[in-house]
Design a protein around this ligand. Structure first.
Ligand code: ADP
Ligand code: ASP
Ligand code: MG
Length: 453
């Protein structure tokens, strides 16, 4: 691949890749090994976002000091390994003071805006520390506050960036710096019209890197994480899973949408729009290779991968009004849209409709979207049944709906399990099942063994 400064590579490092001093140095080695990498997007050090989310919940003041100490310990462990650390220690201390102050405020009253302000400190601190690691290696690196260009709406916790403004501001504010120095910036965070900090939802740093790649017309977006590529299923669930060397945008996007945590669900949108390949590799073992996600692959297989998404809720709505009536579903979807619920799977019968939703809504906080007001509104229309703790398992492939024997291959091995709901046929790329949460891993293992074993 031709590598020139005019078409840079955007490299993103996830939490484990900036977890501590050694991880940061391994990530720095990767950045410095390729002159085309001009923009680096970082997550917070592993564990820090979870601790900040816990602080933002404001519960349990006794735990507050413990969470604060834990964040301090993670960041100090990096500072303690730096040769010249006085200035950066003062900077990180200021951030820690801010976190303590905001946590106290959250103890009095929580809000989505406050949560985003708090959790943004993870990425602000990791990027400051990474710049310092690079500077001590005599590299000219510049810290850049992404909030200057990543303008979003004010849906705190799951904010949507304004792509037009991002392009304009990237060209005026970021592009000129890229030729001068290596730029280190934050994933996951942005700012709304009034200047308040927003976040793009958990795992959102991948999306930031892809958006910046698009704005800069990057030649490639590199996602460095803790596994050397995208596998046929989560290798933590099935250690025998196999690495996929090349996968199409469509297949990888389906995987991400249906829960493969390796990529944030929105990551591939900018990449597809601008046809920019995405590489996924391990910062622990960069020489192990990885997966290239690109427009088309040779001989796409019938079965490509299995994705798993936990914590799914099934709503079953019953109403005799559905019989021969028009507009019932429109009303249901109107209510769901007002509550920002996106529906994943749906099946209908004469008098009922069953639909699954991700109640976390992929937001940065852990607050459920299944609120009393949503249930009250739906109950005024129909009888509502709620089943929680289900898991969505998606079999991803190609031309699935045109193939013969898919049902036998999939369901033939699943007779020990209760399959609560099946969706097949809407997309030729997936077949989805809903199963009880406690059976999910066993279903994935069984399916994987039969289809990829
Ligand atoms: P990062 O912090 O670098 O963004 P994540 O934890 O978000 O990393 O994503 C990497 C994790 O994704 C892996 O550790 C793995 O357990 C999980 N994962 C889920 N599905 C897959 C898959 N199909 N292939 C590889 N990893 C997967
Ligand atoms: N730090 C954020 C999270 O843990 C964003 C990211 O890592 O992509 O969700
Ligand atoms: Mg991630």
């Amino acid at each position: 691949m031709a590598e020139s400064l005019h078409s840079p590579i955007v490299a993103k490092f996830g939490g484990t890749s900036v977890a501590d001093f050694d991880a940061m140095n391994r990530s720095a080695d990767i950045v410095l090994s390729n002159a085309a990498v001009r923009l680096v997007v970082l997550s917070a050090s592993a564990g820090v976002t979870n601790l900040l989310v816990a602080l933002a919940e404001g519960k349990d003041p006794d735990r507050r000091a413990f969470h604060l100490d834990e964040i301090r310990r993670i960041q100090y462990a990096i500072i303690d390994r730096l040769a010249d650390s006085q200035v950066i220690r003062e900077e990180i201390d200021r951030m820690l003071d801010n976190i303590a102050m905001l946590s106290e405020a959250a103890g009095l009253a929580t809000s989505h805006a406050l949560t985003d302000e708090l959790v943004s400190h993870g990425e602000l601190m990791s990027t400051l520390l990474f710049v310092e690691v690079l500077r001590q290696r005599q590299v000219t690196a510049q810290w850049f506050d992404i909030r200057k260009v990543m303008r979003t709406n004010d849906r705190f916790g799951h904010a949507e960036p304004d792509i037009g403004i991002l392009k304009e501001l990237t060209h005026s504010l970021l592009l000129p710096r890229i030729d001068e120095a290596l730029i280190i910036t934050q994933g996951f965070i942005g700012s709304e019209a009034k200047g308040r900090t927003t976040t793009l939802g958990r795992g959102g740093s991948d999306y930031t890197a892809a958006l910046l790649g698009e704005a800069l017309k990057a030649q490639r977006i590199d996602i460095w994480t803790d596994v050397p590529g995208i596998y046929t299923t989560d290798p933590r669930v099935v250690p025998e899973a196999k690495r996929i060397d090349e996968i199409s945008f469509e297949e990888a996007a389906e995987m991400a949408t249906f829960g493969a945590k390796i990529l944030h669900p929105a990551t591939l949108l900018p990449a597809v729009r601008s046809d920019i390949p995405v590489f996924v590799g391990s910062s622990k073992d960069p020489h192990a290779g990885g997966t290239l996600v690109c427009n088309k692959t040779l001989n796409p297989p019938l079965f490509r991968a299995i994705a798993l998404r936990r914590r799914q809720t099934l709503l079953t709505l019953h109403s005799l009004n559905m019989l021969q009536a028009r507009g019932f579903l429109a009303e249901v979807f109107n209510i769901l849209a007002r509550h920002y619920i996106s529906v994943d799977l749906i099946t209908t019968s004469e008098v009922s409709v069953a639909l699954t939703m991700d109640t976390t809504g992929s937001t940065s906080s852990s607050v459920s979207l299944l609120t009393t007001s949503l249930l009250t509104e739906l109950s005024s229309l129909c009888r509502v049944e709620v089943e929680e703790n289900l898991a969505l398992i998606a079999l991803i492939g190609n031309k699935l709906s045109q193939a013969c024997g898919v049902g036998k291959d999939v369901f033939g091995v699943l007779d020990p399990f209760n399959i609560r709901l099946i969706c097949y046929g809407a997309s030729s790329h997936n077949l989805c099942l809903l199963v009880p949460g406690q059976d999910a891993e066993q279903v994935v293992k069984t399916l994987h063994h039969n289809l990829f074993g």
